[in-house]
Design a protein around this ligand. Structure first.
Ligand SMILES: Cc1cc2nc3c(=O)[nH]c(=O)nc-3n(C[C@H](O)[C@H](O)[C@H](O)COP(=O)(O)OP(=O)(O)OC[C@H]3O[C@@H](n4cnc5c(N)ncnc54)[C@H](O)[C@@H]3O)c2cc1C
Length: 355
């Protein structure tokens, strides 16, 4: 399998940043994936796996090894006792897969409409939005182990899923190339409307009164409307969408961390200290990162050189003609600012590739 040389990486990502890849290849089959991986190993090249490039930030200097795009295609549906098993190859476009499932009246991924990227990346950070996460429906992940080039299969329970987390991002980061994911979906199921903002939007669209298939479609429209209002649907013509989505995870604070936050808020806003919104989470309370960033003095539309904060979403850092160095410097300024103000350390959500 041939590698192309000096391929610009910025156009292969939604945030549009990064220099060239020394080598680049796109693998449309498992045989091509294995071939590329073993050639890279023979030549002692580091390998960076790429899907749709919507959660990846490449360095300005580019990537010194092989960037390997997973382009395996194909979708299959099979009935089982618990519903319908929908299996998609890793290179399928995620949102096109969601559309396909909804057209077939299958419930389980409707709230994940409009998320950019590939099927194969969804288990990596347990993609989620508006009250749904792929961990709720994934039953099987098929992958190639990069250390042996053998085929491996993980049941959903073996994937180590947590909030924006999995074994593929944690202890096994970089070890597996995901080739196929199977989701169990519910024919005729009613949409998940747990998230208050979505529930309101769905109510306005008459989702509760609609028959199941129509209710799923209307829920998708409601999700897309909410996402568009925040520039959270990728649109190359929308300067606020040149992002990786949310740049920071929502921090989970234990009781001591939460108390510190309340104390710092009292010091910072002695007249009328605001009460932080929080949600029960494993290990404590999840506090919205956007809320903290705003209270620490960073506002939507802020610019630092060619990067900034989206005008429509505090958590989205955008590229408006800047560099990765500028982006990481702004991210660091925000992390320091929030830490200084509230004693809370924010973690980045995207994959920041090191040169
Ligand atoms: C406008 C916008 C909105 C977004 N909204 C959301 C949201 O609501 N919720 C959410 O969770 N995310 C969101 N994201 C982030 C992003 O869309 C998801 O993380 C998505 O799953 C990334 O898919 P990708 O194929 O583009 O991944 P890439 O950016 O190509 O890769 C991301 C990581 O996954 C690895 N990877 C990709 N494919 C494979 C594979 N087949 N095998 C092994 N490793 C692989 C890469 O090596 C990299 O480490 C948003 C992004 C944007 C730009």
């Amino acid at each position: 399998m041939g590698f192309r040389e000096r391929v610009p990486l910025a156009p292969k990502t939604t945030i549009g940043l990064g220099g060239p890849a020394r080598y680049y290849a796109s693998a449309a089959s498992e045989a091509e994936l294995r071939d590329a991986l073993s050639t890279a190993r023979t030549q002692d090249l580091p390998v960076q796996i790429l899907g749709g490039g919507s959660n990846t930030v490449f360095p300005d200097a580019g990537y010194p090894g092989l960037v390997l795009r997973v382009a395996l295609r194909g979708v299959a549906f099979e009935r089982d006792a618990g519903g319908v098993l929908a299996t998609a190859k890793a290179g399928e476009d995620w949102d096109a897969f969601v559309v396909h499932c909804l057209q077939d009246g299958l419930q389980g991924v409707e709230c994940l409409s409009g998320i950019p990227g590939s099927v194969g990346a969804t288990p990596i950070q347990n993609v989620g939005a508006y009250g749904q996460e792929v961990s709720q429906t994934i039953v099987r992940v098929r992958a190639i182990d990069r250390t042996t080039l053998e085929d491996v299969v993980f049941e959903g329970a073996q994937c180590g899923f947590a909030y924006r987390e999995s074994r593929f991002k944690g202890e096994d980061a970089g070890r597996f190339v995901i080739t196929e994911v199977t989701y169990r979906l519910q024919p005729g199921g009613r949409p998940t409307l747990q998230y208050p903002e979505l529930a309101r939007e769905a109510q306005a669209r008459g989702v509760a009164q609609a028959p199941p298939g129509e209710a799923l479609q209307r829920t998708r429209e409601a999700v897309l409307a909410l996402r568009r209002s925040k520039s959270m649907v990728y649109d190359p013509d929308d300067p606020n969408a040149h992002s990786v989505g949310s740049f920071f995870l929502n921090p989970v604070l234990d009781e001591a961390g939460y108390r510190t936050l309340r104390e710092r808020l009292r010091l910072r806003f002695p007249e009328d200290p605001p009460k932080p919104p929080s949600f029960a989470a494993v290990g404590g309370r999840k506090v919205p990162a956007a809320w903290l960033i705003e209270r620490a003095g960073f506002h939507r539309g802020l610019r630092r050189g060619g990067v900034g904060i989206s005008q429509n979403h505090t958590l989205a850092l955008v590229n408006v003609g800047g560099t990765t160095a500028q982006l990481l410097s702004l991210a660091d300024e925000i992390v320091q600012g929030v830490e200084h103000a509230f004693g809370v350390h924010l973690q980045p959500e995207p994959v920041i590739v090191r040169a």
